[in-house]
Design a protein around this ligand. Structure first.
Ligand code: HEC
Length: 156
């Protein structure tokens, strides 16, 4: 196998790295309970799925379509759950969510739906096994993650 990474692989690696940095603060809030702890856990797991998928797409680990499909589908399930885990009043001091989640709710919901649509396309690309397609959907999902975090998650 060629050791020379393509530009596309390098970009994928950069996204995987950005997601990894996002996951870096995950230890910060052991005090969180209930729905806050649950959504943190799902987010954290999605971070791990993105990392595993990114490593495969960047050629750092062997590409396996079945694994890619499972990762994408699990992410989709998590996404469908997590979108219902920001009820009013779940904004205590353990959360990293900004007030904007509740103050600008329609915008947050739009972002969640657009994220969900991107993950659905990721699932479809993983099922087709079309790697180029999978790479571009992976990038799109990565942009949805950071696009939402920019306004709705506190920066540490
Ligand atoms: C529509 C908004 C939105 C999208 C899309 C989104 N997140 Fe989040 N994410 C949040 C919010 C808000 C928090 C803070 C949750 C809290 O602390 O209560 C968060 C927290 C996290 C955390 C920290 C979890 C912890 O342990 O505290 C990680 C990691 C994370 N997200 C990864 C991801 C990844 C990876 C994706 C994309 C696959 C993603 N997120 C998509 C809004 C989003």
């Amino acid at each position: 196998m060629s050791r020379i990474a393509t530009n596309s692989q390098r970009r994928i690696a950069a996204i995987a790295f950005a997601v990894l940095l996002t996951a870096g603060t995950a230890m910060a809030h052991e005090g969180a309970t209930g729905v806050v702890a649950q959504r943190m856990d799902l987010m954290k797991q999605m971070g791990q799925h993105m990392k595993a998928l990114g490593a495969m797409l960047a050629g750092k680990t062997a590409f396996d379509q079945e694994t890619a499909r499972r990762l994408a589908e699990t992410m989709h399930q998590h996404c469908e759950h997590v979108m219902h885990m920001f009820p009013p009043g779940s904004d205590g001091h353990h959360t990293e969510a900004t007030e904007a989640v509740w103050d600008r709710r329609p915008e947050f919901d739009v972002r969640m739906r657009s994220f969900d649509a991107a993950v659905e396309d990721l699932v479809a690309a993983a099922a087709s096994g079309e790697k180029t397609q999978l790479q571009s959907e992976f990038k799109r999902v990565g942009q949805e993650c950071s696009g939402c975090h920019d306004g709705f998650r506190q920066k540490k």
